[in-house]
Design a binder for this molecule. Structure first.
Ligand code: NAP
Length: 306
């Protein structure tokens, strides 16, 4: 593969930016990668492990002469970071982001994009519960989706070039409107995370009563919830604060379904439960057929079986 952007600046050096750096290195997709993160600790670690070619002491320094600037920070600080770099962007450069929410990021970042600079929001649908510069790995985006959410009036060439970068990093790319993105992600990612956080919280309350049996006999179902509920608190706080309407809409529907299942259990309506679970099993099969997960026991992770 060949170089797609001569200079790439990564602002934020966590799981997502780190995996982009590794994937770009794997494919030789960038001439030089610079990086900046808020804390000296993260910058030192990034330099020590050779995550990027040059770790900078400020965001302004990192974006100087960059052809592509990637905002890979929590959604709640995207606007502040955009304001910090605004005056230092090269004419003709593209700014993109990887935030999990799109409407709020577009609203806070767009005012800071100078004339002559392209803004092409994006969101890779890939992640783990780990964070920080050492969490990144080159394969994270292989065969995963990356949604590009172009804002009105963006030059098609800027979108096409970013698309080619994501494809070269292993991802499948689709374009989507911001509001639709936020609703789809509320269903597929944001609300499930909230439910996992809640379930682990409930189990923790119970643990105080049952003296750690919840941990000791933790079955696969609960273990999967705890994995999701171990995700970064800052990132997820920002997701719910900025994707409020869509998340509340889906939570409302979830609560209605939960009440219906609760009633079926109370009234002994086995047919309702059986039909419901048959339907959800078919959805799981569809996800595996689409190559988005494996049907290996315990999701292929190995470890103690329940
Ligand atoms: P992460 O591992 O926690 O990394 C976040 C990075 O942002 C850290 O390097 C942090 O620096 C830096 N940062 C925070 N505030 C900053 C500021 N004001 N200025 C400069 N740097 C700052 O998080 P991540 O998982 O990579 O997530 C980054 C973005 O990707 C988020 O917007 C998230 O919504 C999105 N995303 C995440 C996932 C996922 O599953 N994790 C998936 C898709 C998209 P310090 O280390 O110094 O604090």
């Amino acid at each position: 593969m060949s170089v797609i952007y001569q200079r790439v600046a990564l602002i934020g050096l966590g799981l997502i930016a780190g995996s982009m750096a590794r994937a770009m290195q794997r494919g030789g997709l960038a001439g030089e990668i610079t990086g900046y993160a808020r804390s000296a600790e993260t910058r030192t670690t990034a330099a020590d492990i050779g995550l990027v070619d040059r770790v900078c002491d400020s965001a302004a320094e990192a974006v100087k002469d960059a052809d592509l600037v990637v905002l890979a920070v929590p959604v709640g600080v995207m606007g502040a970071v955009a304001a910090e770099i605004s005056a230092h962007l090269k004419p003709g450069a593209t700014v993109t982001d990887v935030g999990s929410v799109k409407r709020a990021v577009i609203e806070t970042v767009s005012p800071h994009i100078p004339d002559g600079v392209h803004f092409v929001p994006a969101h890779p649908l890939a992640g783990t519960e780990h964070s920080g510069p050492e969490a990144g790995f080159a394969e994270l985006y292989d065969n995963r989706w990356c949604l590009i959410v172009p804002v009105e009036g963006t030059e098609p060439q800027a979108v096409a070039r970013l698309r080619s970068l994501w494809e070269a990093m292993g991802a499948n790319v689709d374009e989507m409107d911001a509001d639709h993105h936020d609703l789809v992600l509320a269903v597929t990612s944001h609300t499930p995370h909230l439910i996992a956080y809640t379930m682990v919280g409930v189990a923790d309350d119970l643990r105080r009563v049952t003296d750690s049996e919840v941990i000791k006999y933790s079955a696969a179902g609960f273990r999967d919830f705890t994995r999701i509920a171990a995700s970064d608190p800052t990132m997820w706080r920002d997701v719910f604060l900025t994707n409020k309407d869509a998340t509340l809409e889906i939570l409302g529907r979830f609560t209605e379904e939960l009440f219906a299942l609760q009633r079926a259990i109370r009234t002994g309506d086995g047919d309702h439960l059986f039909d419901y679970f048959t339907h959800t099993r078919a959805i799981r099969r569809g996800i595996i057929d689409a190559g988005q997960d494996t049907d290996a026991p315990d999701f292929g992770r190995g470890g103690p079986k329940s």
